[in-house]
Design a protein around this ligand. Structure first.
Ligand code: NDP
Length: 287
């Protein structure tokens, strides 16, 4: 039969994870601080543990999906983790994951950290492309891969337990820049006779067309030649920035989301790097 596992945390994400393991036939023990949240899962076949100790004792594989790193420390403070395989799907920083790995190993557990690149409706729906970055114990990852692969795809990114969070946060940070750009674009048309719904598909197509610039940046950063393959050079782009800033002003739109990136482009240009693209901004950011 399918392997047994324990899940601590039945928030939006934990509940979505739990349902996929139950649907796949894995015997599942669940625990949640607010006990009422476990009731619907009990009806779907989960065993509900009244305490963390009881939940941890039920399975070798213990998956944790709580609010933040502090709640993981709190929930597991008195748990006996000797011989357990602990998988932490709680979002945190790379430093928190490394500290939590050391903490788990001191308590006699193998440790794997995970960063979930999906929202709850994508869990258990492979077509959506959701997946989880994993890092830490490769032996744990291999031993439990069939259970870990049930809710979403898996991507093991290294033995350093901080790497899953590092990759997770890198992707979320890039996404945040995209959200900022979208906010500015919609603000520009706000007072005009352009429907947001008409701009949306154009934005999607343009951002999709521009996204492969990540490959060009990577190639420049790895080769150290920041002018390599540049088709839009910094001198031209800084000129373009002034057009964007003037348009923002004319449309009565604040430039605070664009200004910090543009300021870094200007600093690099002032250093005589007009033939590069924007890779030099990475140097300026690295302290
Ligand atoms: P929710 O806010 O829905 O659930 C939070 C869970 O943490 C609840 O089970 C809550 O218990 C529990 N909790 C909070 N504090 C404590 C504590 N001190 N001790 C014990 N349990 C505690 O969050 P999600 O389920 O959405 O998120 C869980 C994790 O998954 C987070 O780290 C999040 O970043 C990550 N994640 C979430 C995504 C999403 O879109 N939802 C996407 C990717 C990652 P109680 O019910 O008692 O309050």
């Amino acid at each position: 039969g399918k392997s047994r596992l324990t899940l601590l945390g039945l928030g939006a994400m934990g509940t979505a994870l739990a349902r996929t393991w139950l649907a796949a036939g894995h015997p599942l023990t669940v625990w949640n601080r607010t006990a009422g949240r476990a009731e619907p899962l009990a009806a779907e076949g989960a065993t509900v543990a009244g305490t963390v100790a009881e939940a941890v004792a039920a399975s070798d594989l213990v998956v944790v999906c709580l609010l933040d790193d502090a709640s993981v420390g709190e929930a597991l403070a008195d748990a006996d983790l000797r011989g357990k395989d602990l998988v932490n799907l709680t979002t945190g920083t790379p430093a928190q994951a490394r500290a939590r790995a050391g903490w788990a190993e001191e308590r006699g557990a193998r440790f794997l950290d995970g960063g979930i690149m999906a929202v709850p409706p994508m869990i258990g729906v492979p077509e959506t492309g959701g997946y989880v970055f994993y890092s830490g114990s490769r032996a744990l990852f291999d031993a439990h891969h069939s259970a870990l692969a049930v809710p979403a795809g898996t991507a093991y990114v290294g033995a350093d337990p901080g790497f899953a969070a590092l990759h997770d946060v890198a992707l979320l940070s890039a996404m945040t820049g995209m959200f900022a750009g979208l906010s500015h674009a919609f603000a520009l048309i706000r007072k005009e006779d352009v429907a947001p719904g008409d701009l949306a598909p154009l934005l999607v197509n343009w951002l999709t067309a521009m996204a492969p610039s990540a490959y060009e940046l990577a190639d420049q950063l790895q080769s150290g030649d920041y002018a390599k393959g540049v088709v839009s050079n910094l001198a031209m782009m800084v000129e373009g920035n002034s057009t964007m800033l003037r348009t923002a002003e004319d449309q009565g739109v604040g430039a605070e989301l664009l200004a910090p990136f543009m300021a870094l482009m200007e600093r690099r240009l002032a250093d005589g790097r007009g033939d590069e693209g924007t890779a030099g901004v990475v140097d300026l950011l690295t302290r």
